[in-house]
Write a protein that binds this ligand. Structure first.
Ligand SMILES: [Cu+2]
Length: 398
């Protein structure tokens, strides 16, 4: 527990170093309205010429409602270690396909589709961590990634595979997820990553030559490798005891900070390096396995009390100010930086134009809270993602 106490003072800084005091009066609209929340079409002024009105294109028909999510249609998300080598290869090849696909959305400094998915995590990171939307936001982000693999890269598998981390807790360095041949490559043993002291670039596996342009923190246009610093001790925080502690919570208000601390930190800190960057961590593809596992924990918890937990959502919308004690939950920090191997603290200060939360009446997270996917997929509300069995999402954990 010593390292937890030692790092407590830094831990919350990761998400609350902005020092910007924000309240509901500052909340602004998303540039991408959520489905069903789009503003009404702009009325044509009475003085507009009739010709202009006639020439206007007819309004686009509304998108068809999503197909019903039946048992047979549900994507089956499996643990990585249960996959055949062929299935693992298919998944990794689809990820490489996203890396090879050009960016098209104009998100700053993104060069490919994989980075677009990273960018929509980096840009709003200050309003998706340390807040009630943490779990719903990452659920939709995993869905966006899954959809891109399947629809743009021909991935047939019932994606995204998740990492059964309690199985590897305490010995991440031996995990088959980090296998250099069938997995995501191993520890970073190459030259130091940017601003990260001793940790280095990964040298083996399919992602050894990837150049990432986002991070550390909120920095952009910073070409660098995927770097890792695997830490078996920190990976203990993905252990089953921590998961069980969260599963015993009876309200979302206690549950989400519990998950965001010990199990969440275990995966990020256990892989280390890019994964330890709370803002730009989707630059390491293991991010998607880790967060899909956290989503499984979220769903497993919801499933203990349905239908009530389809609508149990709460928490604040804005992170606590620097120096605040950890929120309810298990009392552990929400992010546990390793001293000397965490991104530079100044890179973790959100830019002045960072998005602010929207969709709720105040600073409490509600079902109408908007999860902005910035054009990668349509944005949605928290209500849309509370049920993984439809209509928007359609998957199960097996
Ligand atoms: Cu995140």
């Amino acid at each position: 527990m010593l390292f937890q106490r030692t790092l407590l003072s830094l831990s919350l800084a990761a998400f609350s170093v902005s020092g910007v005091s924000v309240n509901a009066a500052h909340i602004r609209r998303s540039p991408v309205p959520a489905p069903g929340l789009a503003p009404a079409s702009i009325p044509v002024p009475a003085s507009a010429p009739v010709v202009a009105r006639q020439a206007a294109a007819p309004p686009a028909p509304p998108p068809p409602p999503p197909a019903k999510c039946t048992k047979g249609k549900k994507l089956k998300r499996k643990a990585w270690h249960t996959l055949s080598n062929k299935e693992k290869k298919d998944y990794i090849n689809a990820e490489l396909c996203l890396l090879a696909k050009p960016a098209t959305l104009g998100l700053p400094f993104t060069t490919n589709r994989f980075e677009e998915l990273q960018s929509i995590h980096q840009i709003p990171a200050s309003i998706t961590h340390g807040v009630g939307a943490f779990l719903p936001y990452h659920r939709l982000h995993m869905h966006a990634h899954e959809k891109a693999l399947r629809e743009e890269c021909g991935y047939k598998g019932a994606q995204p595979r998740y990492w059964d981390e309690p199985r590897d807790a305490g010995h991440f360095s031996q995990s088959d997820v980090l296998d250099p041949v069938t997995g995501f490559g191993g520890n970073g043993t190459g030259p130091p990553g940017p601003g990260t002291g001793t940790m280095g670039c990964i040298q083996d596996g399919p992602f050894a030559n990837v150049v990432d342009h986002l991070g550390p923190g909120y920095r952009q246009g910073t070409p660098h490798c995927i770097y890792r610093f695997v830490n078996d001790t920190v990976s203990r925080m993905s252990g089953q005891a921590y998961v069980d502690e969260c599963m015993a919570k009876t309200t979302y208000l206690d549950f989400w900070p519990c998950v965001e601390s010990a199990p969440h930190v275990g995966g990020h800190g256990g892989v280390g390096g890019k994964m330890l960057d709370p803002i730009a961590s989707p630059g390491d593809p293991t991010f998607y396995l880790h967060h899909t596992w956290l989503d499984k924990i979220f769903w497993d918890w919801q499933a203990l009390d349905l239908p009530a937990r389809f609508s149990d959502i709460s928490g604040r919308n804005l992170p606590l100010p620097p120096g605040s004690p950890p929120p309810a939950g298990n009392g552990l920090p929400l992010f546990l930086p390793e001293l000397g191997k965490f991104p530079p603290l100044d890179s973790l200060v959100p830019p002045a134009d960072s998005p602010l939360p929207h969709g709720d009446p105040g600073n409490t997270t509600t079902l109408t809270h908007i999860l902005d996917m910035m054009g990668v997929i349509p944005s949605a509300t928290i209500a849309d993602v509370m049920d993984i069995g439809g209509p928007l999402l359609c998957y199960e954990y097996v």
